[in-house]
Design a protein around this ligand. Structure first.
Ligand code: C2E
Ligand code: CA
Ligand code: CA
Length: 652
């Protein structure tokens, strides 16, 4: 119930009460009249009529005895203070009897006409100084005169009747007022309860911000006002790495952080804007009063900056908060909330992927997203129809440049788009939940390929990339063993490449799977080491055989001396822990030289070979061996890839 409705309801109740009380006031007089009439009827029937009947009012007159009798009655009634005056007339107006109050209550004859017409009527008399009295005229008949023949007039003391009626009225008015007061109290209490319940239904209990329902209810009104000149912006904010806070510091700390973020957001917007927690670490903000689309993006950037610059503390730990904001505008991108939410979500996802902070929705890029949806269907088919292929990229050891193993890298031979690299379909595949199937397919294909090479007298270890999610699957070791057994491949010819993130997010599960694998002789390499959040702590405790230094670190090695120091440190550390260090993304001979100097164990990259299909790899391998032998013999020292650019600095 709105405040207005409550006011209207209370107003209606008050009017009803006043009307009822006024009605009671009116009825008080009516009731007093009715009671007076009743008394007059009784007097007429019990006192006057028997006299007239007995006498027959012979000759239209009463006998002296009758008159004396009536007087006696009247004085008795007057004594009881009921009757002040009594009169009896013939219907032609001739008075038969008149006994009037010595104090002044009179019966008048001019009003007899109406009484003669057979009407019963009353009149209130209350002149100044006079006692309030009620005058009643009523026609009566005697037993043998059916038509009205006589009129009895009675003046009654009115106070008693009125007082009685008044006290009854007071009681009724008080009880009416009480009933109405209770009704009003009930209405007010009901509304308060409703307000509280509504507040709870429209607010997020953790942060006190509005919730999704409130957004749904309020957005319509705000969006309806949007024009191209004064757009309304819907911002969708998702915090970066919030999950890590929950995972490492616990949910209670996560809650505290969310509360602080909510307060910061609230303080950063205007009164007329709307801040909503949609759930988890996702917030929506409706911004009004914008001058144009640029202003919307600017406000989004300000909000994000505010978050980044605020120092948050949860459970004594200082936390830096970052996030991604997607912006959709009304009316440009839609007027319906659902439409805007979906578009802001697309923009937010782009912001996240591009690490851009804030992104304004763009139709052109969204069509790409729609394309991704179609891709999900295509991927299901690709898995069923075997449209994937594996390419193999060699790793060579330093300083002898012998090929030690190959890494299997998946590609999709798309029926219309040609050969697609993983970046073009992996994110969609992962989100569609198809990663387990792909991992299984890659494993089987790679293991069978390695087995076939082994049978051909060319044993090569094959490395398979396993996504973080797959690594956390506790059934993975058993599945891998089944594949190995099926292909009759020794476990040491298979290596798994995993990223640190898998280990970092769920250390216990990752450790379990890793030890299972290691106990069966399957080796594991940490991929992309040094690219993300690197934690060295877990390295010594997990059964890890190799460390692959991320391309980003390797590429900058020559230009930035500090990278060299880091690379050197990683190499030293890994070797001290008994691991093999592999540098990936090695594109030049100069890099190979430098890495050799730093003591790196293996290199992989375009400088040696791009990933190749299995049959091309076989030819390449033969060629590579020939060149290595040649260079070992001290002849022409050239790169198989970039002939003459780098010299094998090996003298074996
Ligand atoms: P990654 O495991 O780090 O693989 C190395 C990527 O770097 C490969 O890209 C490779 O082609 C490329 N690369 C190799 N040498 C060089 C170089 O010298 N310079 C440059 N710029 N790049 C080089 P690709 O094949 O596109 O794979 C990209 C990523 O996709 C892989 O990164 C891996 O994370 C993922 N991936 C590939 N195949 C699979 C797979 O079968 N399963 C899973 N889960 N992930 C896979
Ligand atoms: Ca890899
Ligand atoms: Ca890598």
């Amino acid at each position: 119930m709105s405040r207005l409705m409550l006011a209207v309801a209370i107003g209606v109740v008050l009017v009803a009460m006043l009307w009822l009380m006024y009605g009671l006031q009116d009825r008080k007089l009516l009731r007093a009249d009715a009671e007076g009439e009743q008394t007059a009827r009784i007097i007429a029937a019990a006192v006057v009529r028997p006299t007239l009947d007995a006498d027959g009012a012979a000759g239209g007159r009463l006998s002296e005895a009758d008159i004396a009798d009536l007087r006696e009655h009247v004085s008795a009634l007057r004594h009881e203070q009921q009757v002040l005056a009594l009169g009896v007339w013939r219907s032609d107006g001739l008075p038969l009897f008149l006994d009037e109050d010595p104090q002044g209550a009179r019966l008048s004859t001019p009003d007899l006409d109406r009484a003669r017409r057979g009407e019963l009527w009353t009149a209130n008399v209350a002149g100044p100084g006079e006692t309030p009295a009620l005058r009643v005229y009523l026609p009566i008949r005697t037993a043998d005169t059916p038509a009205a023949e006589f009129v009895v007039g009675v003046v009654l003391a009115h106070d008693d009747v009125v007082q009685e009626a008044e006290s009854r009225l007071l009681r009724q008015q008080v009880s009416t007022a009480v009933v109405f007061a209770l009704i009003v109290l009930g209405l007010v209490a009901g509304r308060r309860r409703l307000v509280v319940r509504e507040r709870q239904a429209r607010h997020d209990t953790l942060t006190g911000l509005r919730n999704r329902r409130a957004l749904k209810e309020d957005a319509g009104r705000m969006l309806a006002r949007a024009t191209d000149e004064k757009p309304v912006a819907l911002l969708l904010l998702d915090l970066t790495e919030f999950k890590t806070v929950n995972d490492t510091l616990g949910h209670a700390a996560g809650d505290v952080l969310l509360q602080q973020v909510a307060a910061t957001l609230l303080a950063a917007v205007r009164r007329e804007d709307l801040v909503v927690r949609l759930g988890g670490d996702e917030f929506a903000i409706l911004l009004t009063d914008l001058s144009d689309r640029a202003a919307a993006q600017k406000r989004a950037e300000q909000l994000l900056r505010r978050l980044r610059e605020t120092s948050f503390t949860a459970h004594g730990v200082d936390l830096a908060v970052d996030g991604s904001i997607g912006v959709a505008l009304a009316p440009e991108h839609g007027r319906q909330l659902s439409e805007l939410l979906q578009r802001a979500d697309v923009a937010m996802y782009q912001a996240k992927r591009a690490r851009r902070g804030t992104t304004l929705y763009d139709v052109a890029t969204d069509q790409h997203t729609v394309g991704q949806l179609e891709m999900v269907t295509d991927l299901h088919r690709a898995l069923a129809d075997d449209e994937f292929e594996l390419h193999y990229q060699p790793k060579v050891s330093l300083p002898d440049m012998r090929v030690t193993s190959v890494e299997a890298l998946v590609r999709w031979r798309h029926p219309t788009r040609g050969l697609l690299p993983p970046a073009d379909f992996m994110p969609v595949l992962e989100r569609a939940g198809l990663m387990p199937q792909l991992t299984q397919w890659v494993l089987r294909r790679a293991v069978h390929q390695a087995a076939s090479w082994q049978r051909a007298g060319m044993p090569l270890q094959v490395a398979v990339n396993v996504s973080p999610r797959s690594l956390l699957d506790e059934a993975l070791p058993a599945r891998i063993l089944a594949v190995l057994r099926g292909a009759e491949l020794p476990a040491d010819l298979l290596q798994l490449e995993i990223t640190e993130s898998a280990v970092m997010t769920h250390p216990e599960r990752a450790a379990f799977v890793l030890t299972q694998l290691a106990s069966r002789g399957i080796t594991v390499a940490i991929d992309d080491f040094g690219a993300g959040y690197t934690s060295l702590g877990f390295l010594p405790v997990l059964p890890i055989t190799a460390l692959k230094i991320d391309r980003s670190l390797v590429t900058r090695l020559l230009e930035h001396p500090e990278n060299e120091a880091v690379t050197q440190a990683v190499i030293d550390l890994a070797q001290r822990l008994g691991m093999t260090v592999v540098a990936e993304g090695v594109e030049t001979a100069a890099l190979i030289d430098r890495l050799t100097m730093l003591g790196c164990d293996q290199v992989q990259g375009y400088a040696i070979s791009a990933p190749l299909p299995a049959d091309s790899l076989e030819g390449w391998l033969a060629d590579w061996r020939a060149r290595c032998d040649q260079s070992r013999r001290g002849a022409q020292r050239s790169s198989p890839q970039e002939s003459g650019q780098w010299a094998l600095t090996v003298d074996s």
